[in-house]
Write a new protein. Structure first.
Length: 274
């Protein structure tokens, strides 16, 4: 996905000299907790970068919708905006929906890379697992019966699965136990299927790590399949706010191309521990 710096007519040199605003692009959910979560993340980003205009727009289901947020920027003082998707991998929303909305907005826009994969996501996943009761295995015997299912939304885009597998590999390296990526829709395995596969290998101390930005139907369904503990979604963890600003800074500094760093995106084996 190329990062573009789209020029709208009538943008003058004075506005172009100001830094672009930041628009958090959330998916949207019927779960009322989701809107509160992304608002809390927005507030954390504002605290970390005082003076930076930080806005929120949704792809669907919640207000403000992204086109409405971008329309409001046409009347503001900002020199366009950097759109940071609160999405964790490449897929249709990142490649098509958000760029299309940006192109139609009538303001200067850059679209940043999705949040994942990135070590700051692993930091957040680890923290959420610890909050849910995860403790590192204290013996080889305990390690041999432990595992984690990384529960993600799922996508038909094969690059989305590549990104999720990379996050699973990084988390496995952090935890020292196998981490199996699984999906709520559109891809296999399902979370119950991944749990059964681990159990068939003798791993019954299995936690579900919630690879969702905010609460919603998929996150709730995946948590219900946990045989032991289920972590909360990533939410407004401080590392998430730092990651949002990292993606913003990448896009603002390199308008001509998408950030593609091997340390963040290169695929690799998922099961780091057997």
């Amino acid at each position: 996905m190329a990062i573009s710096w789209r020029h709208a007519g009538g943008v003058n040199g004075n506005r172009a000299s100001a830094p672009p605003g930041l628009v958090l692009v959330a998916h949207g959910s019927r779960d009322p907790r989701a809107l509160g979560t992304v608002r809390a993340l927005r507030d954390r980003v504002r605290e970390l970068r005082p003076g930076l205009p930080v806005h929120l727009g949704h792809i669907e289901l919640n207000a403000p919708l992204l086109p409405d947020t971008l329309a409001g920027l046409r009347e503001g003082p900002e020199a366009g905006a950097v759109l940071v998707p609160l999405l964790l991998s490449r897929g249709h929303h990142v490649k098509r929906d958000i760029p299309d909305a940006a192109a139609a907005a009538g303001v200067r826009t850059r679209v940043a890379a999705p949040l994942g994969p990135h070590p700051l996501l692993v930091e957040t996943l680890y923290a959420r697992l610890a909050e849910a009761g995860w403790r590192a295995p204290v013996s080889d015997a305990e390690r041999r019966v432990s595992g984690v299912v990384l529960a993600a939304a799922g996508s038909r885009d094969p690059e989305s699965a590549v990104d999720t597998r990379h996050t699973a590999r990084l988390l496995a390296e952090r935890l020292g136990v196998p981490v199996v990526p699984a999906y709520a829709s559109a891809a296999a395995p399902t979370v119950p299927g991944a749990v059964r596969a681990l159990a068939a290998r003798g791993r019954h101390r299995v936690a579900v790590a919630s690879y969702f930005t905010a609460p919603g139907r998929f996150a709730t369904e995946c948590a219900a399949a946990a045989p032991w503990i289920a972590a909360a979604p990533l939410g407004a963890h401080p590392a998430m706010a730092r990651l949002v600003l990292h993606r913003y800074d990448q896009a603002a500094a390199h308008p001509g191309h998408a950030p593609r760093h091997a340390s963040e995106h290169a695929p690799g084996p998922v099961l780091a521990a057997a």
